[in-house]
Design a protein around this ligand. Structure first.
Ligand code: AMP
Ligand code: TRP
Length: 328
């Protein structure tokens, strides 16, 4: 580890990744890694994802699938630390210590908790409430200063800053302020319901990173549009224009925008070009992912070696934290 600032982010192994996850999270992780400005630590946060119902029989496959996806998208274990959260037990340990600092009332006001608990009335477990504290532990364990996340996670990072201030006040300055790095512009909307975010919980809303070219064409061709040129551009049409930009097709974007303004645009043509650029970007990723999945042992080794590197930093910081709290 060099003395560049530490950047940490996590992603849950909750299922198929879609182009919203790719553009809003994974591709930014790769860009941040390749910029070389930060020491990047990326974690598959399996301890977070078990706070909602999940299938334990499929869980290892889910985890390896996500590891293969991240590597195929360009996360490079030579440049970043990539590891499985539960392999570094200090995450759970620090979470417990932080639990004794943060009032429970702060957790009840978290919007994600309110949302998830109303959707999972039969499984409102303590972990679901404690989720943001584990997230704070993830970040603080490494002396992280930069955290790339989607907008929906910024409340959790505010809470991380509240927790670290309380710690520093009580036990002496130790943790540095955490800065969210909100990934700009990347809110991809549902193809079939463009008022809502593209999400794996809305069938038909998303293009999965593993969709075939045929599936991609079909889904794009069904995306909701309209021909109401006299009003503001609708969410559905704007989303398609955004996607052209995000998939690096600025020329096509500008060409269709002129046609849109002239009211001569044919959405079928825009959709066909959009499908082409999505396929072009996803095909090599899919190929690399299939190759990686042929060797699960190698994937596990990559995660294990990442965990060793992460744990080295985590252990050192834990000793310091425990000393300050009178536990060491
Ligand atoms: P989730 O699948 O909701 O757990 O999200 C995993 C990551 O992908 C988070 O960083 C989200 O902010 C990001 N993400 C999820 N859905 C979208 C979307 N529709 N547009 C942009 N980013 C997204
Ligand atoms: N809660 C984050 C999400 O759902 C994932 C996550 C867990 C995370 N720990 C983190 C993100 C630490 C950033 C930093 O997207």
């Amino acid at each position: 580890m060099t003395n560049k600032k530490i950047l940490f982010s996590g992603i849950q192994p909750t299922g198929e990744m879609h182009i919203g996850n790719y553009l809003g999270a994974i591709r930014n992780w790769v860009n941040l890694q390749n910029k070389g400005e930060y020491n990047c630590i990326y974690s598959i946060v399996d301890l977070h994802a078990i706070t909602i119902d999940y299938d334990q029989k499929q869980y290892q496959n889910r985890i390896l699938d996500l590891a293969a996806t991240l590597l195929a998208c360009g996360i490079d274990p030579k440049k970043s630390i990539l590891f499985l959260q539960s392999s570094v037990k200090e995450h759970a340990e620090l979470c417990w210590l932080l639990n004794t600092i943060i009032p429970v009332s702060e957790l009840y006001r978290m919007t994600q908790y309110k949302d998830k608990s109303s959707k999972n009335e039969k499984n409102i477990n303590i972990g679901l409430l404690d989720y943001p504290v584990l997230m704070a532990a993830d970040v603080l364990l490494y002396g992280t200063e930069i955290v790339p996340v989607g907008e929906d996670q910024s409340q959790h990072l505010e809470l991380t800053n509240i927790i670290l201030k309380k710690f520093n006040n009580k036990f002496g300055e130790f943790f540095k302020k955490v800065n969210p790095y909100i990934t700009t512009g990347a809110k991809i909307m549902s193809l079939n319901d463009p008022e809502k975010k593209m999400s794996k919980s809305i069938p038909g809303s998303y293009i999965s990173l593993s969709d075939t070219p045929d599936e991609i064409r079909k889904k794009v061709s069904r995306a909701v549009t309209d021909s109401n040129f006299d009003k503001e551009m609708s969410h559905g049409v704007k989303n398609l224009f955004d996607l052209l930009l995000f998939f690096n097709a600025k020329e096509a974007h500008d060409k269709f925008l002129i046609q849109y303004k002239d009211k001569t645009i044919k959405y079928s043509e825009l959709k066909s070009e959009l499908a082409d650029v999505i396929i072009k970007e996803l095909e090599p990723i899919q190929y690399r992912k299939q190759e990686l999945l042929k060797n699960p042992k190698k994937l596990k080794n990559i995660l294990d070696s990442g965990a060793k590197q992460a744990q080295k930093i985590a252990m050192k910081n834990m000793i310091e934290i425990k000393k300050r709290m009178g536990l060491y």
